[in-house]
Design a protein around this ligand. Structure first.
Ligand SMILES: [Zn+2]
Length: 275
């Protein structure tokens, strides 16, 4: 069921038919109704109208949740994002079935030192206001989001560099819908929790330090764990700004000093314009 809000009294009217014209609650004519709108936009359909003026049952439920529960809802979203990252790391774990050589190439390799001396360029992350300095181009990554996340996220842009050597980077900017305030603790806990649930991982240790990106609060997490028998390190920067969640995820072999330096350099280069 879709709902249309009465701009007079605020009541959300269930859209029982396309012809709905009056508010059920105050009986006044609905400012946004398909009949009048269609006169102005004869080439457009009810579907176009509803995308602009109607909200879904799910959205309505989220709006009606007390703030506390909205945070919980957000935690679910953060967990889904965490899964998206894990989905990428897991691509490597598939190698378990491919053989040891594949794994050695992916998780044991030391990042080539030339990475640090390449020309590092300032890169804008998609349409977002996040900028990073990087020694390579990122590839756009389409991450299939579950329905529950689609209902909470307006847009999500993800970019990655899943190199042939061990060093992996993933950057993601998610714009949540209005009414969903991003929560730093929830996002960090969700992401790390998902990593822990990942098959083939064990021996998790992590620490989190709070940081500032401009005036925005962020959390820097360093996670050490074993992927099968390979000791890995993840550095994850999470920044929240109202309904926007920024995450920069880097992964490399625990003893990969070049990977460690590259990761630090990338993360410390992060700037967010609108703050
Ligand atoms: Zn009304």
């Amino acid at each position: 069921m879709l709902y249309i809000k009465c701009t007079q009294c605020g009541f959300n009217n269930p859209v029982k038919s396309e012809t709905i014209l009056f508010c059920e609650s105050c009986n006044k004519k609905l400012e946004h109704n398909f009949k009048d709108w269609h006169k102005m936009h004869p080439d457009k359909t009810f579907d176009d109208f509803s995308k602009q003026y109607c909200i879904s049952e799910f959205d309505l439920n989220v709006q009606n949740l007390p703030a506390q529960n909205r945070k919980r809802t957000f935690r679910v979203a953060a967990i889904i994002l965490g899964s998206a990252f894990v989905f990428l790391i897991i691509l490597g774990a598939v190698g378990y079935y491919v053989g040891k050589r594949y794994l050695d190439e992916n998780f044991k390799t030391q990042t080539n030192q030339t990475l640090l001396t390449e020309s590092w360029k300032e890169v804008q992350i998609g349409k977002s206001d996040l900028q990073l300095k990087l020694p390579f181009a990122l590839e756009k990554q389409e991450i299939p989001l579950p329905e529950a996340a689609k209902n909470m996220i307006d847009t999500m842009e993800s970019y990655s560099h899943l190199s042939d050597n061990g060093f992996k980077v993933m950057v993601s900017v998610a714009n949540y819908k209005e009414g969903i305030e991003t929560n730093l603790d929830g996002a960090v806990a969700g992401s790390i929790g998902e990593m822990q649930k990942m098959q083939g991982t064990s021996d998790f240790k992590w620490n989190r330090t709070d940081t500032l990106i401009g005036s925005l609060k962020g959390a820097m997490s360093v996670v050490n764990f074993k992927l099968l028998t390979y000791p890995m390190e993840v550095k994850l920067l999470t920044v929240c700004n109202k309904n926007i969640l920024y995450q920069i995820f880097t992964q490399y072999s625990e003893d990969d000093e070049t990977g460690k330096k590259a990761s630090e350099r990338i993360i410390s280069s992060a700037t967010i314009k609108k703050n």
